[in-house]
Design a protein around this ligand. Structure first.
Ligand SMILES: *Cc1c(COP(=O)(O)O)cnc(C)c1O
Length: 385
């Protein structure tokens, strides 16, 4: 049987895969089983921040693998302690809980908000407000948090206590806060899966104000926007706000599974012994990869992410396409169905993503300018055919 046949025979059909088998990669290129080369404008959905088989990343991973690949959270280990210190130092947050995915990072955030509110205001203050068109994960609780009906049907009952507001409608948000017993708010600054929709800066700041006035926990889901993707280390830093909780994953360990939930001083001590846990959380190899990655994401690096994002936006807009997003998280309105654009790009040797009916681009953050320029040439061809 071919790889495709074996996969289809033995793996649950939850993914509609493209008809391509990827076997290897180097930098911003990957190769299929026929040896065809693609420019990767997906980074494995915002994960491979430094592209494929990056030598610095690979050395950090290999060195740690030879030393200690896993022990358990019953013991102290250097990589996760060091990573937590880096995350807190660079964000001003106070404490970190490590997990393995975005959904888990959000689960932890929700537990923090609910326990804080239960202690501060009473057990009945358990509601969490999220936004329509949001995406927060696939567990039953993060599906409930996800403000898209399409994901909810067939899996009910989901975790109760979630309320949905329309993005950029502060009055609607305030009404939900007034009429319900609310613990906190969970939002993405740029809705990734929902169509690369950037929230209004004024709205984000107004949400923060309402949270302060009502003692609500402000949680920012930085699973996709975090770790340099938007041109700042975390996207909330563009808006001058101070979240109470930040969840992140995807690009954090640049290709290994790792989630983190960052807690501000206000909620740093909410989770106590036995309140939460994860067997793999803070895994030394993942932590070593994340340390290596974050240490490379200095101001100059982040500035070049922003600059490359501007370059892509300018070229697409000059050709008459509407572009949304921030940094190297880019959405493009297409004139024909996005599935056709994706296929045409693939034929031309560029891998791209979609988000709802938009073309979505999430290239490696260190993609060389010439490769990026070539990718944009090919994408423009595909968009204009
Ligand atoms: C991808 C994503 C998630 C879910 O992350 P997993 O690692 O797949 O669980 C949650 N929130 C946002 C904003 C995401 O983009």
């Amino acid at each position: 049987m071919s790889i495709k046949q074996t996969d289809e025979r033995y793996i649950a059909h939850t993914y509609k895969r493209f008809d391509v088998t990827i076997v290897s990669g180097e930098g911003s290129y990957c190769y299929d089983d026929n040896g065809k080369r693609y420019i990767d404008m997906t980074s494995g959905i915002g994960v491979n921040a430094f592209g494929y088989a990056d030598p610095v990343w690979a050395k950090a991973v290999a060195d740690q693998a030879k030393l200690l690949q896993h022990t358990s959270n019953l013991y102290y280990t250097a990589p996760c302690a060091e990573l937590a210190e880096i995350l807190c130092t660079r964000t001003g947050m106070s404490k970190v809980f490590f997990s393995n995915s975005g959904a888990e990072a959000n689960e932890c955030a929700i537990k923090v908000a609910r326990k804080y509110a239960a202690r501060a205001k009473g057990d009945e203050y358990y509601h969490i407000i999220t936004l329509n068109k949001s995406f927060h994960g696939r567990t039953l609780t993060t599906l409930a948090a996800t403000g898209q009906e399409i994901f909810h049907t067939q899996f009910t009952p989901l975790t109760e206590g979630f309320l949905y507001a329309d993005a950029n409608d502060i009055e609607g948000f305030e009404r939900l806060v007034r009429e319900n017993k609310v613990a906190g708010v969970l939002i993405e600054t740029v809705q990734g899966e929902g169509g690369v929709n950037v929230l209004d800066a004024e709205y984000i700041r107004a949400v923060e104000r309402v949270c302060r006035e009502n003692d609500l926990i402000l949680m920012i889901d930085e699973v996709q926007t975090g770790n340099g993707r938007t041109g700042k280390l975390y996207s909330y830093m563009h808006f001058g706000i101070r979240p109470d909780v930040v969840s992140t994953a995807k690009g954090l360990a640049a290709g290994l599974p790792m989630g983190a939930t960052l807690m501000s001083e206000k909620v740093a001590d909410v989770l106590g012994y036995g309140d939460h846990g994860s067997t793999f959380g803070g895994n030394p190899i993942c932590a070593a990869a994340a340390i290596s990655g974050l240490n490379r994401m200095d101001d100059a690096f982040l500035a070049q992410v922003a600059e490359k994002g501007r370059y892509v936006r300018e070229r697409l807009e000059a050709a008459g396409f509407a572009v949304s997003g921030m940094g190297l998280m880019i959405g493009v309105e297409t004139k024909k169905p996005v599935s056709e654009v994706l296929s045409s790009c693939m034929e031309k040797g560029v891998l791209c993503l979609s988000a709802k009916d938009k073309l979505r681009l999430l290239p490696p953050l260190n993609i060389p300018t010439q490769v990026l320029s070539r990718a944009v040439d090919l994408i423009l061809e595909a968009l204009s055919e």
